[in-house]
Design a protein around this ligand. Structure first.
Ligand code: URA
Length: 193
């Protein structure tokens, strides 16, 4: 798809998302957090849902987790964050940062699928258990799933930890995230040969 067509489609999807009332989260949100980044991104990150800061700024991963994510993108993928695309399973903040309910995730998924179809990334990196288990339809934990590739529709998913887990757990988890980002980078380089 040509760049201008992608841009038109993503903008129209964002306009639809901004007025979405499909689930209860619409009642408590400040803003819809549609997603941000390059529509030509090769890497598409998926988190679980906006937190407080994201809800206020209408941007994904702008709080403490986001700062770590940005640092790992710059240091391990060696690209600016703005070259990736970042979105969440649910586009509206779950109250008190609880996990999204299955019905909330399900009603928001068509937006995510359309974002993926328009952007058509080479790799999707899911961040943490919630996003990974939801998309891969598994109960397996992130420690087992991380750093490996899984097929999801026409896409390749590589799960890694959520940066919030890295902030809680410390250096070992950060090192594992770095290794997973390096795996994704290597995969993309291979696919360009
Ligand atoms: N955690 C998430 O899963 N997503 C965000 O956008 C921010 C924090």
């Amino acid at each position: 798809m040509i760049h201008s067509e992608k841009l038109k489609q993503i903008k129209s999807l964002e306009t639809n998302a901004n007025s979405c009332q499909s689930c209860e989260l619409a009642k408590t949100r400040t803003n819809v957090v549609f997603g941000s980044g390059s529509i030509d991104a090769e890497i598409f990150f998926i988190g679980e849902g906006p937190g407080q800061e994201e809800d206020l700024q209408a941007l994904p991963f702008v709080g403490r987790s986001g700062k770590l994510l940005t640092r790992l993108i710059e240091e391990e993928l060696e690209i600016p964050r703005s070259d990736c695309y970042i979105a969440n399973i649910v586009k509206c903040r779950p109250p008190a940062n609880r996990n999204p309910l299955p019905q909330e995730s399900a009603s928001c998924t068509p937006f995510l699928i359309k974002q993926l179809e328009i952007i058509s990334p080479k790799v999707i990196i899911t961040l943490g258990n919630v996003a990974t288990q939801y998309l891969l339809e598994t109960k397996e934990g992130i420690t087992k799933l991380r750093g490996r590739f899984f097929q999801f529709s026409d896409f390749h998913i590589m799960p890694t930890f959520h940066p919030a887990a890295a902030l809680r757990s410390g250096a070992v988890v950060v090192a594992q995230m770095r290794a997973d980002f390096a795996t994704a980078k290597h995969y993309i380089e291979q696919s360009q040969r």
